[in-house]
Write a protein that binds this ligand. Structure first.
Ligand code: C2E
Ligand code: CA
Ligand code: CA
Length: 635
């Protein structure tokens, strides 16, 4: 027995036990790859254990326990046959295979492994691999090289497989696998050269350690702050569940005031609140999985409807009260979205987009609220998805239209400016409200391309009817925040005007109050770029939100459009009327041209006229009309 260095095997065993313990204990949540990894470690442990036992027994050879030695060695050989198989399964599970597909692969590879296992077992009688003579001495059988060849072929196939599919598994995993091969081969090589250096098991242990550190570290998938699972893990997990077609139910929790809390109380308070929320969620039930998929969004997942109801009620209760940080009471409300049978959405991207949609339709609120993913909401979501898809076609084929709404001047009794408004028709849904498609395009990033196409259309229209510009002072064109803030976009618009050889003062860009509020460098550059060439600016939707007057007034607008919402109530509420009147007089005193938006009745028009408003836009005079009709309307 002397000469064998068992220390390596013993330390390998200790190591693998530790890894297995940590790998299995991680919140009992494992995907297929994680489960196979655990089996792999367990097999590694058995393999090393029997390697050690059989070596010890053989070294202390004696006729009396030959049978036991023989059986121990046979089991060791069987482990040697199973380890490569488990590794092959592990490699497969690293790829994008799921569920059934993966199980079929496992079955396929098990057939040769099973034959080998039977062959090893039959060695107890055949002695082809090894045998013991009557005095208990070990001898190599005629086929003793077979096991080496078998393992070699397996490793070769696994290595080839990783090369063939390296795109699928990605560089990172590819390199890790090769690290494994190299470590294992070096250790096997050393042991083959010097039988007394028992390094094969140790090599296996090193390889597994590398996998643990890089690909299968269960702690890598947890969110450090809240100790919940992170979004990478959510992606993997949800893919698996969707593939398995198993029913699951989700609850998403958006703590939407996190940004504000961070701003007001500091990020450490925000962190504390997140931790409290995560703990609170964890306490609702032991059998749910909690993920933190964005800074302020948690997702809870359950498999039973009872559990789902329990969680929903638990969450509502959690957010009923205020939270306490450093003795301070802080209200930290959440938008809670419930989705039953999430598997029906079929794709993880769709599922996440649906959550996004549900959050987006939540009414503005200062308290927590619950939104259920019911049939109606699902339809709304599918509608938006279809519009988003259709927008691509519409952009490719330039299927948009521009309608023009004239603005009437009471003083001159003429239309003196136009607003260009986009229109889109869906082949089966009919006209789509610009509010809807512009909103979707803003979220999906398609808005800049739409804006560009539409602006060209407006320029083309002016080029063809330049005579109207003697009556019409300018055409107002809406710009979305994203367009304005994207670098180089304003220059692109200026270039279009140059291309059509039009005068810059034919144009005025409308910027909404909310954009003007978010004063930033890009916005300022865009705006000054327009002013430099002589394009006017109009502040749109004034009074519709919570504009920061200070920042708004820093921007050089020449006109201000008072939002339609300010009109509601002016006819029967003297206070509202006086409010409107005063705004008009303040802004006029500051030198702005005022346009009243959304005037629908004669009474409204008369009231505005009394208050000195000159420019009026609204259905009372004209709705937005198609390009070919606008020339008639303004005559
Ligand atoms: P907006 O810029 O405030 O445009 C005025 C909206 O009020 C238009 O809605 C117009 O049809 C509507 N309107 C005009 N007079 C009346 C009235 O008397 N009563 C009522 N109830 N409504 C009136 P529309 O065309 O549906 O556009 C909605 C919004 O979509 C626009 O609001 C604008 O923010 C956006 N939008 C439209 N076209 C474009 C575009 O080409 N680019 C960008 N970025 N946004 C656009
Ligand atoms: Ca507008
Ligand atoms: Ca407006």
């Amino acid at each position: 027995m002397t000469g064998y260095n068992f220390d390596f095997l013993i330390s390998a065993l200790v190591f693998l036990f530790l890894l297995l313990f940590h790998s299995m204990n991680q919140k009992k949540l494992q995907n297929i790859n994680g489960k196979i990894f655990n089996y792999f470690i367990a097999l590694g442990i058995l393999d090393i254990l029997f390697d050690m036992l059989s070596t010890i027994m053989m070294a202390s050879a004696s006729a009396c326990h030959t049978e036991i030695t023989k059986i121990t060695l046979t089991i060791f050989y069987m482990m040697q046959a199973l380890v490569p198989y488990a590794f092959m399964c592990y490699i497969y599970s690293l790829r994008s295979y799921h569920g059934e597909e993966l199980k079929n692969k496992f079955k396929l590879w098990f057939i040769p492994t099973l034959i080998i296992l039977l062959f090893i077992f039959s060695n107890l009688w055949s002695g082809l691999l090894f045998y013991f003579d009557p005095s208990g001495i070990y001898h190599e059988g005629a086929w003793y090289l077979f096991m080496y060849i078998y393992v070699f072929v397996y490793v070769l196939l696994a290595a080839l497989d990783s090369i063939i599919h390296f795109k699928e598994i990605g560089w990172k995993k590819f390199f890790v696998l090769w690290e494994f091969f190299v470590i294992a081969c070096v250790c096997v090589g050393i042991q083959a050269y010097n039988h007394q250096r028992l390094l094969t098991g140790f090599g296996l242990c090193l390889g597994i350690t590398v996998l643990f550190l890089t690909l299968n570290n269960p702690y890598a998938y947890t969110d450090r702050l809240t100790d919940t699972f992170d979004n990478t893990f959510f992606e993997q997990w949800i893919q698996e569940k969707l593939y398995e077609k198993k029913a699951f139910h989700l609850l998403s929790v958006d703590v939407y005031q996190l940004k504000r809390v961070n701003k007001v109380f500091g990020t450490s308070v925000g962190d504390q609140l997140l931790i409290q929320v995560a703990h609170g969620l964890q306490e609702i039930s032991n059998s749910i999985h909690i993920f933190r998929i964005t800074g302020n969004r948690f997702i809870l997942m359950t498999y039973s409807l009872e559990e789902y109801e329990k969680c929903r009620n638990g969450i509502l209760k959690l957010f009923e009260k205020t939270f306490q940080v450093n003795g301070e009471e802080i209200s930290f409300p959440a938008i809670i979205c419930g989705i039953r049978n999430g598997q029906k959405l079929q794709e993880s991207d769709v599922l996440l987009a649906y959550i996004e949609y549900l959050v987006s339709i939540a009414p503005e609120s200062e308290t927590s609220l619950l939104i259920q993913g019911d049939e109606k909401n699902l339809q709304g979501f599918r509608y938006e998805q279809e519009i988003e898809r259709y927008l691509n076609t519409a952009i490719e084929e330039d299927l948009f239209e521009v309608y023009y709404q004239p603005v009437f001047s009471l003083e001159t009794g003429k239309y003196i400016t136009l607003e260009a408004l986009s229109r889109l028709r869906h082949p089966s849904f009919g006209p789509v409200s610009p509010e809807v498609f512009i909103g979707i395009a803003e979220k999906s990033g398609q808005i800049a391309r739409i804006g560009y196409l539409q602006f060209r259309r407006v320029c083309r229209f002016i080029k063809e009817h330049e005579e109207i510009m003697s009556q019409i002072k300018n055409i107002k064109f809406n710009l979305s925040p994203l367009e304005l803030l994207s670098h180089g976009y304003s220059q692109m618009l200026i270039d279009v005007i140059r291309e059509f050889e039009l005068s810059f003062d034919y144009f005025q860009f409308e910027i909404t109050e909310t954009v003007a509020t978010e004063y930033n460098e890009n916005l300022y550059q865009a705006v000054t770029g327009f002013l430099d060439v002589g394009i006017g600016l109009c502040l749109d939707d004034f009074g519709s939100g919570y504009a920061n007057l200070n920042t708004v007034l820093k921007l050089p607008f020449s006109s201000i459009k008072l939002d339609r919402s300010l009109l509601s109530g002016i006819l029967d509420n003297p206070q509202i009327a006086s409010f409107y009147e005063n705004i008009v007089s303040i802004l006029q005193n500051m030198g702005y041209n005022i346009i009243a938006e959304g005037v629908e009745t004669e009474q409204e028009m008369k009231m505005l006229a009394q208050w000195g408003v000159d420019l009026i836009q609204g259905y009372y005079y004209s709705p937005p009309v198609p390009e070919k009709e606008i020339c008639q309307v303004i005559e």
